[in-house]
Design a protein around this ligand. Structure first.
Ligand SMILES: Nc1nc2c(ncn2[C@@H]2O[C@H](COP(=O)(O)OP(=O)(O)OP(=O)(O)O)[C@@H](O)[C@H]2O)c(=O)[nH]1
Ligand SMILES: [Mg+2]
Length: 196
């Protein structure tokens, strides 16, 4: 998809704030700082529409972005942010669980993991949660530019093994720095959107 128009619609904390329109949605989930907001910006050719930060925990709400008036990207707050209190974490869990299990417009969730590291318990939980609820998942391994090409395969295997990756799902090596995987990601996303 060639994107010319993209805008933030709302930063929502509860279902009654979700946009009340029937267009499809693709959500982004992953550890804080893994590159969710950067992924959105890369796909839509914008530097900073989805706010990014080297400080983890930047995205605290469900941020809905409207893309070409056709679909929403939903930037989900990252998990695994150590400085968040227990009660805040529980609130986060509730919010995201409600969204993922009840949102009819949701077509797929992009699970972002850092290609450099073995997936965390939370990465595994997120992916397995989606499998359990039959929510289509796309795994995107970010920051590929930080691993030498010759080691991509090895890292991919480690990530897949830890996640107990389902080979029917898409797995995309990605970098917001080099734009690697951008076109591949669009192909997969457009399939799930089913737009013509
Ligand atoms: N080298 C490299 N850096 C990246 C890549 N993607 C993201 N980053 C950097 O990683 C940091 C975090 O990126 P964000 O996109 O803000 O991460 P996030 O997942 O949205 O983080 P939260 O909003 O805190 O959940 C920023 O400094 C980005 O520039 C990538 O593919 N390669
Ligand atoms: Mg973010």
């Amino acid at each position: 998809m060639k994107v010319h128009n993209a805008d933030i619609v709302i930063s929502a904390v509860s279902p009654k704030q979700y946009p009340d329109v029937e267009i499809p949605e693709i959500a982004l989930a992953g550890r804080s700082n893994v590159g969710k907001s950067s992924f959105i910006n890369t796909l839509i050719n914008r530097k900073n529409l989805a706010r990014t930060s080297s400080k983890p925990g930047k995205t605290q709400t469900l941020n809905f972005y409207i893309i070409e008036d056709k679909f929403h990207f939903v930037d989900v707050p990252g998990y695994g942010y150590a400085k968040v209190s227990k009660s805040e974490r529980a609130k986060w869990g509730q919010m995201i669980e409600t969204y993922l299990t009840q949102r009819e417009q949701l077509r797929a969730v992009i699970c972002l993991v850092d290609i450099r590291h073995k997936p965390s318990q939370e990465d595994i939980q997120m992916y397995q949660f989606l499998k359990y609820y039959d929510i289509p998942a796309i795994v995107v391994a970010t920051k590929a530019d930080k691993v030498p090409k010759g080691k991509w395969n090895k890292h991919e295997s480690i990530v897949k093994k830890a996640l107990d990756f389902d080979n029917n799902d898409a797995f995309i090596l990605f970098s917001s720095e080099t734009k690697k995987g951008k076109e591949e990601a669009w192909v997969v996303i457009e399939e799930f959107l089913g737009l013509d």
